[in-house]
Design a protein around this ligand. Structure first.
Ligand code: 5GP
Length: 143
């Protein structure tokens, strides 16, 4: 678990205000203060973990259950056509608040945004051997 308190822990503790849209014992969801679209929602575990892989199984399950329930609700509430569901997992991926959070960003036909594929830099040109090696590395890794 993270040591330093983040802004999200203050929201969870009701020390600072937020527009809370969902709550269980383990999860809170609230509107993003600087939304990329109307209805942009953040889903967070109440316990403070910085990275996705640090969450215990039960917490990760509860977070995804909330994402599963909220995604269509957010889409409907925003009268959107779709939702981009994403996590900036680590600073190099753009994570600014070091407390795991799932972004639910309502999307609209012609909104000028892009798919998840737009977030990475130049695409690598990988050989079959390199693809096999990284696949093995992932599949053989300890849980
Ligand atoms: P990250 O870049 O870490 O994936 O996203 C952090 C998100 O938290 C940003 O979209 C930002 O607008 C949002 N955020 C930062 N501070 C606050 C806050 O005090 N309240 C709320 N509701 N959202 C915040």
């Amino acid at each position: 678990m993270s040591d330093d308190e983040t802004i999200f822990e203050k929201i969870i503790a009701r020390e600072i205000p937020a527009r809370i849209v969902y709550e269980t014992d383990a999860v809170l969801a609230f509107l993003d203060a600087n939304p990329l679209a109307p209805g942009h929602t953040l889903v967070v575990p109440k316990e403070a973990y910085e990275r996705v892989g640090e969450m215990p199984d039960d917490v990760a399950s509860e977070v995804f259950a909330a994402v599963h329930e909220l995604t269509p609700k957010v889409e409907d509430a925003a009268n959107a056509d779709a939702v981009t569901v994403g996590i900036n997992d680590g600073e190099a991926a753009g994570q600014e608040v070091p407390h795991v959070h799932v972004h639910l960003v309502p999307r609209f036909e012609g909104d000028g945004g892009g798919p998840i594929h737009a977030v990475a830099g130049d695409r690598p040109d990988l050989s079959d051997e390199e693809l096999d090696a990284i696949a093995d590395e992932i599949s053989d890794a300890e849980a």
